[in-house]
Design a protein around this ligand. Structure first.
Ligand code: G3H
Ligand code: 13P
Ligand code: ZN
Length: 331
């Protein structure tokens, strides 16, 4: 049993309290490899933002859970070396069983998500409570989820979305004891968040997605005032990356995300954690494709992963500074 406290990590409790009071959201960036981790930490140190390093079960399978955990421990030291001891959370994204959450808690994660959102309500309550009861013994914080997001990723998929029902949140939060709640108000996982028929088109022919359901968010906030809310599926799918990818041999069709203004608005409310994975994937892919097309003789991985890492850092700083508002919140 390894405690995250011995690794220099923190749980989400204090972070979320400050974020709600300050009207900003903490970035939760997924990572699977060293370049992503370097970009996340150097960006958040440079703009003085707290950060949640997020590991999905797919990431665990891809990279090995022990390596990822040591990378998070290394991230704490790396941040100090770069000059700022920013608060860092190591979080399990979309945990789907008690056993997986327990295994992460036992090896040093400071926060876990138990995603029972696909289960019947009572089963979601029972599973979430089981994880909370275990996690709280070690001061590990737990994120639960009510409502189902659309979108398809390796380990997360749902054909049909349904919004969170505000009338369920008080019961869910009080029965489970969760520390934060992920909700469904129209965000969606992946780079193709909406079907073209759900969108309109602007003058340039770019798809404009349907607006988020801020009315549902407001109703939830009324039911559980000041309770930390989480938004998944919050990539904005920057069209400049889509363009670079598609003009350098890629084939992304109708890729569309959540407009940044909507996320800015959400971050000012009780939404205090915003999950971003796909935008990082797009930034890396765009830069790697560009190097391969511009310099076909290049074969040193540092020459294409390096530019990808630089672009990722820029993207993450932009998110903290201009979208989530978390920049400058660490003394
Ligand atoms: O919400 C899902 C995350 O983007 C993780 O995706 O399961 O493909 O690692 P993944
Ligand atoms: P995106 O696919 O929009 O980046 O969402 C990531 C996410 O919700 C991770 O849990
Ligand atoms: Zn998610």
């Amino acid at each position: 049993m390894i405690s995250y406290k011995d690794l220099g990590l923190v749980n989400t409790r204090e972070m979320f309290k400050k974020a709600i009071e300050g009207g900003y959201a903490i970035p939760a960036f997924n990572f699977n490899n060293m370049e992503q981790m370097q970009a996340i930490i150097s960006a958040c140190v440079e703009c003085s933002s707290p950060v949640i390093l997020q590991v999905s079960s797919g990431a665990r399978k891809y990279a090995n859970q022990t390596l990822l955990r040591y990378m998070a421990q290394g991230a704490v030291e790396y941040a100090k070396e770069l000059g700022k001891n920013i608060p860092i959370v190591l979080h399990l994204d979309h945990g789907n069983s008690f056993e997986l959450c327990k295994s992460c808690i036992d090896m040093g994660f400071s926060s876990v998500m138990i995603d029972g959102s696909h289960l019947p309500y009572d089963e979601n309550v029972a599973l979430t409570k089981q994880v909370v009861d275990y996690a709280h013994q070690f001061d590990v914080t737990v994120e639960g989820e009510l409502g189902v997001l659309a979108g398809v990723e390796d380990e997360v998929s749902a054909e049909v979305a349904h919004y969170t029902r505000p009338e369920e949140v008080v019961d869910f939060v009080s029965k489970t004891g969760v520390d934060s709640l992920a909700i469904s108000i129209g965000t969606s996982h992946g780079a193709n968040k909406f079907k073209p028929e759900q969108c309109t088109r602007n003058a340039d022919g770019i798809l404009v997605p349907p607006p988020l359901r801020f009315d549902i968010l407001e109703e939830i906030e009324k039911q559980i005032p000041g309770f930390p809310i989480v938004l998944h599926g919050s990539s904005s799918v920057p069209q400049e990356y889509v363009k670079i990818i598609n003009t350098h041999g890629g084939a992304l069709k109708d890729a569309v995300g959540i407009p940044e203004e909507e996320l800015r608005k959400a971050a000012k409310s009780a939404v205090c954690k915003i999950n971003i994975d796909s935008d990082g994937r797009l930034a890396m892919t765009a830069m790697v494709r560009k190097v391969f097309v511009d310099n076909p003789a290049e074969f040193d991985p540092r020459k294409y992963l390096g530019p990808a890492r630089d672009e990722l850092k820029k993207l993450y700083m932009h998110k903290c500074e201009n979208v989530l508002g978390s920049a400058g919140t660490v003394e």
